[in-house]
Design a protein around this ligand. Structure first.
Ligand code: IVH
Length: 785
């Protein structure tokens, strides 16, 4: 056997395998561009050795046989493929073949040739589908399969929202087979993957795979929940001709209710085709769906007939491809980067490869769960995808190409920067009154500020504009200060001397003095700014503001228990634990103490925020304990009946049953039977009291509130919040909420359907707010809505 023959057999076997994976299993293991490369290599070898061409070569047919689970469908008119053009010269060549084929003048470098009319459409990246309409009714949907035989996916296509089940208008041929692409928009794809991750399902590498995997579901209920769309680009079998041009056909189909591309255009000659290609190429990233090229078709149907077909493609159409957004490359190594909060993130080091015109050598791997999901090993051949402007991603491992010496990706036990221990984060969730702790996806270096990477990032964050706002200290200078050992905590910034700075790269006398005065000038930060500057994990500017506004002092923020922190708007248990453990950490405590020692004076400290102080009621507190099956209503009843936490904890069964139905009463007893729960509740209660926000002191707090002494009435239905919530919010501002309107009422909030109370309020000339105005009022008073 010759070398050529060997290679041909090898390529055929490989292409057959890829065809099967792509067309039958919907699980391609190499990007299209690689498939095209292998295909072209085979084509070239066969062209050079015509005696070796056999009828079973992949060059002689399209795709492979259908999955047996669907019924097979024979395509009366075969579903063909398209020839590809990658370069402008390929396109000019195509145009020359068309012009010659139609016996039109070809022209030369200086023009003079006939301008053929072409239709231009985007080449959607989905999967080809045939829709058969009999007397205007959708009777069958099929995949392309191998072009001659496809699969019957009628039930599935019926679930695609933009496929009409009946044609609109009149005049359609009795038999009309419509062809087009089923695809998934970029947004739909992102949404689907996000949900799949949430429910622990399979995610998809790209929108094409997602569309294919969704459409070829044996359970069409799954298909129905997937964001699939259809775009029509041609016709197959028809009992009567429709129009004289391709565009005419599509426009008629559109009139019958079939979706066609918004980008459909007519080009007069090849130059206009090339301009169309460039224009769409520039807008490619902004289009809501993915395309892998544009398709040009000779517009005249008569001319199409004259040109006819080659083995697998029409002579009258071509796909002008864009650079692929996916490429194959090798994973050389996985390195770990350490971020500001110590998160140790895997980063893929790749053999550099050009993806859509940009050389890619690194890709983010997000976290170790992602590495596990991909089943990634060092040495693997991987598919890299660069969609739009986003950071390149590893989307798939090509298992067939895994070398024998592939190594698993292991999270380092020691931080690559400081050598501290690396530990897995925990997720704290609360359900049924219990905290459950599970393993998180993130690993963290425990070195904190002793870790150079975290220290640098922490200081960069500390001095940043929205934090301590120390101007004149760029990332590079921070790195130098840390590397020179001049700064090993944010507090050290305040001990810097002129001599320390003036020798740094990029510094001179003037800039050193400027920096020193900027450092000096940052010594009186607001409380929120200071909390934000500390760089507590999960605490952004907003949360820092909430902490400052609600707790009023650094001292309270420092010792707040997680259960107390959850009283703050938008602070869940997880964030509450982060905040609590940050301030429990001895090293962090030292840094804060040092900062204060260096003369930092935190401003805006004072009393507890009134809104926060008033947010504690005994009922609300009991509700926060998350006693299983006891909702806010039940908690309120307990509060009314027993008047104190102690009362609830020591209540006897009969009293408890008077307050609550049996199931809930049982649940309360069970909850407080746990020593741990009792301690937790008591500690939180004690801290609330210490903070001066206990329900016993409610009265005192109310006096200072903006609506103290006012009576409000809620009537009609509210749409943005329940009446209970509206009541809580008004009460948090000090108002009393009453059930009936009288001359003493200060204000009435009236939603749609308000009746006699509104009438009475109007008669009495009271102030009336609709819901929108009410929400505005709350916002104006600093109450989050
Ligand atoms: S025309 C005989 N037009 O590309 C002409 N195809 O490689 C057959 N495709 O299987 C196809 N957008 O799935 C045509 N505007 C478009 C297209 C398009 C996407 C797909 C189609 C086809 C493949 C051809």
């Amino acid at each position: 056997m010759t070398a050529a023959k060997n290679r041909i057999l090898e390529l055929r076997a490989e292409l057959d395998q890829h065809n099967y994976r792509y067309h039958v299993l919907d699980e391609p293991s190499i990007p299209d561009i690689e498939y095209d490369r292998l295909f072209h290599e085979l084509k070239a070898l066969e062209a050079a050795n015509p005696e070796l061409v056999t009828s079973d070569s992949p060059t002689q047919r399209v795709g492979s046989a259908a999955l047996s689970a669907f019924t097979q469908v024979r395509h009366e008119v075969p579903m063909l493929s398209l020839g590809n053009a990658f370069e402008e010269t390929d396109m000019r060549e195509f145009d020359r073949r068309v012009t010659e084929g139609l016996d039109l003048p070809v022209g030369d470098l200086f023009g003079g040739g006939a301008a053929v009319e072409y239709s231009c459409e985007p080449k959607l990246d989905g999967l080809a589908v045939s829709l058969l309409y009999q007397d205007g009714v959708l009777v069958r949907g099929a995949t392309r399969g191998d072009g001659t035989t496809g699969e019957d996916i009628s039930v599935n296509v019926r679930t695609v929202r933009n496929i009409p089940l009946k044609l609109h208008g009149t005049g359609w041929p009795a038999t009309l087979e419509v062809r087009g692409e089923v695809f998934m928009s970029k947004a739909g794809f992102e949404r689907l993957n996000a949900t799949q991750l949430e429910v622990g399902g399979k995610t998809f590498a790209n929108p094409r795979n997602a569309a294919a995997g969704s459409l070829r579901q044996l359970d069409s209920k799954i298909t129905a929940n997937r964001p699939l769309e259809f775009c029509c680009y041609g016709i197959g079998q028809v009992s009567a001709d429709i129009a004289e041009t391709h565009i005419g056909n599509l426009q008629q189909l559109k009139a019958w209710g079939l979706p066609i591309s918004h980008e459909l255009k007519l080009a007069n000659g090849i130059a206009e085709c090339l301009a169309y290609y460039r224009d769409i190429g520039e807008r490619r990233n902004a289009l809501p769906y993915e395309i892998d090229g544009v398709v040009f078709k000779v517009n005249s149907i008569a001319a199409q007939r004259e040109l006819g077909f080659r083995a697998r493609e029409p002579r009258w159409a071509i796909a002008h491809k864009f650079p692929a957004m996916e490429e194959l490359t090798e994973l050389l190594d996985v390195e770990f980067q350490v971020g500001r909060t110590g998160a140790v993130t895997p980063v893929a080091r790749l053999k550099p490869v050009k993806v859509a015109g940009v050389t890619v050598a690194n890709a983010t791997l997000h976290n170790m769960d992602e590495v596990a999901r991909l089943g990634l090993m060092i040495g693997d051949t991987v598919i890299i995808r660069r969609a739009g402007d986003v950071i390149p991603q590893v989307v798939q491992v090509v298992l067939e190409r895994r070398p024998d010496n592939a190594r698993p990706v292991k999270i380092p036990e020691q931080c690559p920067v400081c050598g501290s221990h690396v530990e897995r984060t925990q997720l704290v969730k609360r359900s049924k009154g219990r905290e459950t702790i599970s393993e998180g996806a993130v690993y963290r270096c425990v070195g904190r500020l002793a870790c150079g990477a975290q220290l640098k990032q922490a200081i960069i964050h500390f001095v940043s504009r929205r934090a301590m706002d120390i101007e004149g200290l760029g990332d590079k200078s921070v790195e130098q200060l840390v590397d020179e050992g001049l700064v090993s905590s944010p507090a050290d910034l305040y001990a810097l001397k002129f001599e320390d700075i003036v020798d740094l790269e990029g510094f001179a006398e003037v800039s050193s003095n400027k920096l020193l005065s900027a450092i000096e000038g940052s010594k009186k930060p607001g409380l929120a700014r200071f909390i934000y500057a500390l760089g507590i994990p999960d605490v952004g500017e907003e949360t820092a503001k909430v902490l400052a506004r609600s707790l009023g002092s650094l001292e309270r923020v420092q010792r707040a228990l997680p259960q107390v922190l959850t009283y703050l708007p938008d602070v869940g248990l997880e964030v509450a634990h982060e905040i609590h453990s940050f301030f429990e950490d001895a090293h962090n405590q030292q840094v804060i103490a040092d900062l204060l020692k260096h003369g930092l004076q935190i401003q805006d400290q004072g009393d507890l925020g009134a809104e926060f102080a008033a947010s504690t009621t005994l009922g609300g507190f009991l509700d926060k304990l998350h006693i299983p099956s006891v909702g806010p209503g039940g908690a309120q009843k307990l509060a009314e009946k027993f008047g104190s936490l102690q009362g609830v904890m020591s209540a006897d069964w009969l009293d408890m049953r008077q307050a609550l139905p049996e199931k809930q009463a049982n649940s309360v007893r069970e909850f407080f039977a746990s020593e741990e729960n009792r301690q937790l509740a008591e500690a939180a209660e004690k801290q609330l009291a210490d903070f001066g926000m206990h329900w016993q002191s409610e009265k005192k707090v109310v006096e200072g509130l903006p609506l103290a002494g006012q009576t409000w009435v809620l009537t009609g239905s509210l749409e943005l919040m329940s009446r209970d919530v509206a009541k809580d919010k008004l009460e948090s501002l000090g108002a009393k909420v009453a059930g009936s309107v009288s001359a003493k009422t200060h204000c009435v909030v009236a939603g749609p359907g308000a009746g006699s109370k509104l009438t009475k309020a109007n008669e009495l000339g009271l102030k009336v707010l609709d819901e929108e105005a009410f929400v505005g009022f709350l916002k104006d008073h600093g109450v989050p809505v």
